[in-house]
Design a protein around this ligand. Sequence first.
Ligand SMILES: Nc1ncnc2c1ncn2[C@@H]1O[C@H](COP(=O)(O)OP(=O)(O)OP(=O)(O)O)[C@@H](O)[C@H]1O
Ligand SMILES: [Mg+2]
Length: 306
Amino acid sequence: MTEMRYRAVKGTHTRTPPFGKGGLGGIPTPSPTQLPPPCPPLEKGGREPELEASGISHRYGAKEVLADISFRIHAGEKVVLLGCNGSGKSTLLKILNGLIAPTVGRYRYQKDEITPSRLKAPDLHRRFRSEVALLFQNPDAMLFNPTVFDEIAFGPRQMGCANLDERVRHWADQVGVTAHLERPPFSLSGGEKQKVCLAALLALEPKVLLLDEPTAALDPRSTGWLVDFLSSLPITTLTTTHNLSLAPELGSRALVLGENHCLIHDGPVQALLSDMALLTAANLVHTHHHRHGNIEHRHTHVHDWQ
Ligand SMILES: Nc1ncnc2c1ncn2[C@@H]1O[C@H](COP(=O)(O)OP(=O)(O)OP(=O)(O)O)[C@@H](O)[C@H]1O
Ligand SMILES: [Mg+2]
């Protein structure tokens, strides 16, 4: 089989699914122990960030779901985005994918400010949509083609890729959905749908992958493959997960959104994992009763349920 090289591809990608569903509810927010400082000014001659969020806040109606978020991510960085249900992770990824504009603040991709209205400019739209891809938390929000083959082929077909068949079969093989190529996507299991969505994005070979809980529906072998694969790619990834033990595998740097929708940590994943006060403030640890032999007791757990 011809080797498929992962490289940036140019072209127009017009996959614009409806927004995914968001998290619900929330537990009263404990005060964050500390807030990271806003981004310092760029040093003269310093490396330009690939993604830059500057003072981003977002509201749905009267409800604020992101509060004054600032960070920079450089090309090739692997970053994990953590936070409890409803803290604003998916909303932030939609802003970074140009699907919604922040109510306040600015988002730049490689110096270009990105909003849905600015993406109406054909050149920016073409470049941005071919270089930055979002895997939705809800695969059903992404799947709309009659077959799995067409689903994976959609992006490359929009770009007029010559090797369409080879490209589709390569990525279907990589994620393990070759047997389903002729099936309608709606008939697949949750994990199979997630793999098809992933193949559809990888077939575009973007420079930045925004992944919203990509392992949520995957079995352990598929999760292991994805972790190894993502870490081998020389591209920028920003990945959300609720699985704390996976976090260090998905990135060396963590951004954490608190229940108050502020960024309460921007730093090494390992430092986060050893900071129980911060994990508790972010509602990332759980407390429940369990049994050791005949003794039943209740304490806080940092390990994952599975
Ligand atoms: N389109 C929308 N209209 C109104 N409120 C929304 C919309 N999308 C999300 N929300 C609300 O915004 C808040 C943040 O949602 P978001 O989906 O960004 O959270 P999340 O951190 O991704 O949660 P989860 O871990 O459950 O995926 C939630 O309270 C959610 O109910
Ligand atoms: Mg979400």
